[in-house]
Design a protein around this ligand. Structure first.
Ligand code: ADP
Ligand SMILES: Cc1cn([C@H]2C[C@H](O)[C@@H](COP(=O)(O)O)O2)c(=O)[nH]c1=O
Ligand code: ZN
Length: 290
């Protein structure tokens, strides 16, 4: 990764709860529900006959019975909060390298981690995520994310897994649902790396849909292969027009805005010339066959 610039578009901020509650003149349904929920979670001791003591009782009954049967989740209790961190950028901007660094940092703090990549990407190795510099880390290579929990082991997933890394996120159709469920309901930290845009600078898969539900969003840049300036876009060097086309430096290159725009017009002109010359050739062939 070189010349990488990180721009955090959304940074962790104050809890919206504290902001909203501050302005509420009298207890609202929202603040009441919030108090109930935090009482459940914290098992706060309150005076008898208050709503809190009733909730404490519910909690302690649940806890008491948990020695013989699995704990029942209370309808108002929140799961431990998870997080979603999104890392985007053009090809060769260091997305996989960043994902790897963050995953290893989490592992060093004792967290249980797992990395998933799309099985569509068969470039270097199917069993590992591999950076363009050759760094590797073992991963689950899957067709979709919904099958992960079962493959990983439901008990292991629910009770022991802390952090999930997802590489080549643009290829997963169920990305949004998986990340929302994992962070909101299952308390997982999800680190997502993927292309924000394709070679035409169109949104790619559902990576951008994660922004409203993400805690942080980082856009990385590479270096323009033509002029060496900061590169935010990926240019396809070949004629193929399909959105999904697996490849590396033989097919794609990182470019700056200027060279993306120039390159597109150069490519369009070249295609127009090729098209017209093939039409002429075709005309000649037809004419000569008459
Ligand atoms: N053609 C290239 N242009 C730019 N960087 C390249 C190229 N080929 C290899 N690299 C290397 O790729 C590294 C980034 O790799 P990686 O983390 O896999 O990026 P990404 O996942 O964003 O594609 C850069 O630090 C650079 O050393
Ligand atoms: C721009 C673009 C890329 N792809 C493919 C090419 C690669 O296989 C991956 C991106 O890998 P990286 O880790 O970001 O280097 O996506 C594609 O299918 N379509 C595109 O437009
Ligand atoms: Zn350039």
């Amino acid at each position: 990764m070189f010349g990488v610039s990180m721009r955090t578009l959304i940074s962790p901020s104050l809890s919206p709860f504290s902001l909203h509650l501050h302005h509420l003149p009298k207890p609202s349904l929202f603040s009441t529900v919030l108090r109930f929920s935090s009482a459940i979670n914290n098992n706060i001791k309150s005076p008898k006959n208050s709503p809190r003591s009733a909730i404490s009782t519910v909690k302690s009954q649940t806890t008491a019975s948990s020695s013989s049967s699995p704990p029942q989740s209370h309808p108002l209790s929140f799961s431990p909060p998870g997080e979603i961190h999104v890392v985007v950028g053009p090809m060769f901007s260091g997305k996989t390298t960043t994902l790897l660094r963050r995953i290893l940092a989490e592992k060093l703090t004792g967290k249980k981690i797992a990395v998933i990549k799309s099985n569509k990407d068969t470039r270097y190795c199917t069993e590992s995520i591999v950076t363009h510099d050759g760094e590797k880390f073992p991963c689950w290579s899957l067709p979709d994310l919904s099958s992960f929990k079962e493959r990983f082991g439901t008990d292991e997933y629910e009770n022991r897994l802390d952090v999930i890394g997802i590489d080549e996120a643009q290829f997963f159709g169920d990305l949004y649902e998986f990340c929302r469920e994992a962070a909101d309901k299952e308390g997982k930290t999800v680190i997502v790396a993927g292309l924000d845009g394709d070679f035409m600078r169109r949104r790619f898969g559902s990576v951008l849909d994660l922004i409203p539900i993400a805690d942080t969003v980082t856009k990385l840049t590479s270096r323009c292969e033509v002029c060496g300036k900061r590169a935010s876009f990926t240019m396809r060097k070949t004629e193929e027009k399909v959105t999904e086309l697996i490849g590396g430096a033989e097919v794609y290159m990182p470019v700056c805005r200027n060279h993306y725009v120039c390159g597109q017009s150069v490519l369009e002109t070249a295609r127009a010339v090729l098209d017209s010359s093939s039409t002429k050739t075709h005309d000649v062939v037809v004419a000569s066959s008459l």
